[in-house]
Structure formats: structure tokens, C-alpha cells
Design a protein around this ligand. Structure first.
Ligand code: B12
Ligand code: SF4
Ligand code: SF4
Length: 329
């Protein structure tokens, strides 16, 4: 069996749902242009980290000296239908919360995917090193490393990029989380898979995500304005939120799923079958008054190890106040 197949089998054994391989060349010029247009239009909002390390982000070779290949993995996070009762933290399971509740984006109802995926990718990289050369260099990336993950996943044949701007795997749909190993090992790439995916799956005839977006962050002209995106506003934005946009946040306490939930590729996708990737049903709906009254120690006890923890208690309270205001309208 070839090395590439061994890597793919190992990735699946570790619990990843899809894996593809691409080279470490810079991302395609059309996408570099897309990225710069996005930054220059001010569509990155306060995400200053997107303006730093741009060369690395657009070129794996700049991220790791001597990089030759990138192994890209996808982890399915579509929750099982009816994945547990909607309760709220601190209440016994199955007891419906009283008072207003806020919704949490589905990826954030799992344990923090960064912490989950990184050790597995590290294990995969060690497996690769044992089968290539002791001197094999690598860098494990999940979200926070400056690397254009969707553009690389596209090139590795994992799917296509939809109007929602998400990478959509033809069978797993848009609810996949991405991770990479940038490596000095020279591997055979999945160019062929890429061609199959991009011709077989498209958004043709559909604009459900654009219509579902509550704030028109997904613009009719195909561009994406993060300043208007509820995911950005509730997770990344610091300080007060423009009242016009705050009103559209509705009861979304953390993140937003409307564009991915609307996607027909999601309807057809299987649910996450990885039992080691822990899902917390209680976090789907959170009791808002309780958040407002929460002491820092309780916040830590309840949300450590969750993506929500990265937000901090003050911004979570800001979001809870907005949700309550909207629910009282
Ligand atoms: C900044 C960021 C955000 C920002 C900005 C989102 C954005 N669309 O740019 C905010 C906070 C809003 C956000 C929200 C979400 N995010 Co986010 N985010 C990122 C991050 C860190 C960088 C993304 C980026 O480079 N943006 C800049 C713009 C210009 O890039 P882009 O839209 O991805 O477009 C690139 C390519 O896709 C390509 N491209 C764009 N359009 C087209 C069209 C065609 C036809 C082609 C060929 C190519 C192409 O060109 C661009 C240049 O690389 C990545 C992790 C990473 N390191 O890459 C995660 C990431 C993109 N996020 C992720 C997730 C899960 C989400 C949310 C679903 C979370 C949620 N439920 O709240 C939402 C989805 C919102 C949305 N519709 O995009 C996943 C996406 C997985 C996937 N299947 O696509 C990533 C990859 C994290 C991960 N490791 O899994 N996110
Ligand atoms: S995450 Fe929500 S607000 Fe952001 S683009 Fe998708 S639907 Fe629009
Ligand atoms: S909802 Fe429709 S237009 Fe949007 S990404 Fe999915 S298939 Fe494409």
C-alpha cells in the first residue's frame, strides 16, 4: 500500500471523516485576490489577526520552511438529530429551563475542536515521520494558525466552496471542521479528486444560505461582510454592537448556523459518528438570566474546554443582554 493511502487510513482510524493531500504551493492567484479584496474592503472588521502574517496565510511554504505537502482533514460536526434534551447549565438534564434562553452554534456545543483535533493531527504527523524520514518537519494547524484552510481543503479535493463561503464536502456537507499538517515530506497530491468534486457538486440553482442570512452578511454580490455576520458580532467583535445589527441577532447567544442549516448538502449529510468528540446537549440552549448573574468562577467551571470559554464572561454577558432585549420586543 502506498504511503498516501496509509496516511489516509490512519487519519480515518484516528476519527477524521475525510482526508486529502495537496502541495505546499501558494493558494491560487484568484483566491489571493479574493483575500486582499476582502481585507481592503474593511470586511474583516476588528479581526486584526487577519491582517498579520498574510504571506504565511496564503502560502504554506512561508509557514514552514521546506514545506512540500499539506494533509488536510475534515471532522464532521453535524449533531445527531435530537441530541439530548434542551436544558441549561446547572439544571438537571431534561428539565426545561424557565425564562428566556439563548441559542449556541452547533460546533460550540461540542468540546473545543482545537483541543480535540490537534493531538490527533500530531499523532498522524508522527505516524508519517516514522514512515518517511526522521528529519521530516511538520506543523499542525487548526483554525488559529495563519493558513487559508478552506482554500487548501478545496485544493486537496475535500469539497467545493459554496455561496455561504463554507467548504462543502459532497457527502458530509458544510458542517465539517478543518485541520492540516503542513510537512516537508513529498506526497502524491489529490489533484484528481479535486476535479471530480468541483464538477460534481455546486450551488447551481440555489441561494438558500443567502436568503437565510439574518443580516445580509452574505451579500447578493457573492461577497462576505464579517462586520454584519452574527458569528463575528457575537464571537469576535469587542465593545458595543450597532443597535440595528443587535436587533437581528435575535436569540443567538454565541455564533450563528443559519447559512449552514439552510444548505441542502447538510440535509443529506450523515451525523457525527465520532463518540470521542464530546457533544454537550445542555449547551444548545442556555438560560440567559443565569449568564447575567454568573460569577467568573462559575463561568470557568461551566465553560472551560468549550469554544465559549475563549469569549470570556463579559462578552457572553453582553450577548445575553442583547438576546433578552430581542426576546422582550
Ligand atoms: C476569520 C474566520 C471567521 C470569521 C470570518 C468568516 C469568513 N467567511 O471569512 C467569522 C468569525 C465571521 C467566522 C464565522 C464562521 N466560521 Co470561521 N474562520 C475564520 C478563519 C480563522 C479564517 C477565514 C478566512 O480566511 N477568511 C477570509 C476570507 C476572504 O476567506 P474565505 O471566505 O474562507 O475565502 C477563501 C477561500 O474560501 C476562497 N474563496 C472564497 N470564495 C470562493 C468562491 C469560489 C468559487 C472559490 C473557488 C474560492 C473561494 O478564497 C478565499 C481566500 O482564501 C478560518 C480558519 C482558517 N485559518 O482559515 C475559520 C473557519 C473558516 N471557520 C469555520 C467555521 C465553522 C465558522 C462558522 C460556521 C462558525 C459558526 N457557526 O458560527 C461561521 C461561518 C460563517 C461563514 N459563512 O463564513 C471553519 C469552516 C469550515 C468549513 N467547512 O468551511 C474554519 C475553516 C475553521 C476550521 N478550522 O474548521 N469565521
Ligand atoms: S453565520 Fe449567520 S450571519 Fe454569518 S453569514 Fe452565516 S447566516 Fe449570515
Ligand atoms: S445553501 Fe445553496 S447556495 Fe448556499 S452553499 Fe448551500 S448549496 Fe450553495
Amino acid at each position: 500500500m502506498g504511503l498516501e493511502q496509509q496516511i489516509k487510513d490512519k487519519a480515518r482510524e484516528l476519527g477524521f471523516d475525510a482526508v486529502g493531500i495537496t502541495d505546499a504551493a501558494p493558494i491560487e492567484p484568484a483566491q489571493v485576490e479574493r483575500f486582499h479584496t476582502w481585507l481592503d474592503s474593511g470586511h474583516a472588521g476588528q479581526m486584526d489577526y487577519m491582517r498579520r502574517n498574510v504571506e504565511k496565510r496564503l502560502s504554506p511554504g512561508a509557514l514552514l520552511v521546506g514545506a512540500q505537502s499539506v494533509v488536510v482533514v475534515a471532522l464532521n460536526y453535524k449533531p445527531l438529530v435530537g441530541a439530548g434534551p434542551c436544558a441549561c447549565p446547572g439544571q438537571p438534564q431534561g428539565v426545561a429551563p424557565t425564562g428566556p434562553v439563548g441559542r449556541v452554534a452547533q460546533y460550540a456545543c461540542y468540546e473545543d475542536y482545537h483541543d480535540f483535533m490537534k493531538p490527533l493531527l500530531h499523532e498522524l504527523a508522527v505516524f508519517m515521520r516514522e514512515r518517511t524520514a526522521k528529519a521530516m518537519r511538520f506543523k499542525v494547524c487548526v483554525d488559529s494558525v495563519p493558513l487559508a484552510e478552506r482554500a487548501l481543503a478545496l485544493r486537496a479535493g475535500l469539497g467545493f466552496i459554496g455561496r455561504s463561503h463554507t467548504l462543502i464536502h459532497p457527502t458530509l456537507g458544510p458542517q465539517v471542521l478543518l485541520g492540516e499538517i503542513v510537512t516537508s515530506a513529498l506526497l502524491r497530491t489529490d489533484e484528481d479528486a479535486r476535479c471530480c468534486v468541483s464538477t460534481a457538486s455546486t450551488c447551481a440553482g440555489c441561494d438558500r444560505c443567502v436568503r437565510a442570512c439574518p443580516t445580509a452578511a452574505l451579500r447578493a454580490d457573492g461577497r462576505f461582510d464579517a462586520n454584519r455576520c452574527i458569528s463575528y458580532l457575537t464571537i469576535e467583535h469587542r465593545g458595543a454592537i450597532d443597535p440595528e445589527l443587535a436587533a437581528r441577532i435575535g436569540d443567538r447567544l454565541f455564533g450563528c448556523d443559519e447559512c449552514v442549516l439552510a444548505c441542502p448538502y447538510r440535509d443529506a449529510a450523515p451525523s457525527c459518528a465520532n463518540e470521542r468528540f464530546r457533544f454537550y446537549p445542555d449547551r444548545q440552549r442556555v438560560h440567559l438570566q443565569r449568564i447575567l448573574e454568573m460569577a467568573p468562577e462559575s463561568f470557568e467551571a461551566e465553560f472551560a474546554g468549550s469554544p465559549i470559554y475563549r469569549l470570556g464572561i463579559e462578552r457572553l454577558k453582553r450577548n445575553a443582554r442583547i438576546c433578552i432585549q430581542n426576546l422582550n420586543r
